[in-house]
Ligand binder design. Structure first.
Ligand code: HEC
Length: 100
């Protein structure tokens, strides 16, 4: 039954597009403007305006998201921060804009 096969194929393609669309949307939802606000409020005093760090705090411009997530648990010389996944993604997006 070729028509039934077609219907199934179409169904699979639609589901695939949906899932793909959703995951793309999540990745792009990261808001660098929110990240900038969080950074200015909480991080700039140590990591500096350009996220290039200083004698004490390291450079974090363009740093991978996992490093940010890990650092939010607190590190030697760095306090702990409570951040949602969305906030970490936003800070990550902002720090990417500072990477040159
Ligand atoms: C009081 C100063 C201070 C503040 C405020 C601070 N940090 Fe840090 N941060 C440090 C220091 C010092 C280290 C290095 C710690 C180490 O290497 O053990 C560090 C390390 C990091 C690292 C790990 C770098 C790596 O190589 O994995 C990340 C990511 C980071 N900070 C992000 C942030 C973010 C984002 C904020 C704001 C929400 C922030 N920090 C606020 C001092 C600070």
């Amino acid at each position: 039954m070729p028509s039934l096969l077609h219907a199934q194929t179409r169904f699979v393609v639609i589901i695939w597009l949906l899932v793909k669309g959703l995951s793309t949307a999540t990745a792009q939802d990261a808001d660098p403007t929110l990240g900038q606000a969080i950074y200015a409020e909480n991080c700039v005093e140590c990591h500096m305006e350009d996220a290039g760090g200083d004698d004490v705090a390291p450079e974090i411009a363009g740093i991978p998201r996992n490093n940010i997530r890990r650092a939010m648990g607190g590190l030697e010389g760095m306090p702990e921060f409570e951040m949602t996944t969305e906030e970490v993604a936003a800070v990550h997006a902002y720090l990417r804009t500072l990477d040159d």
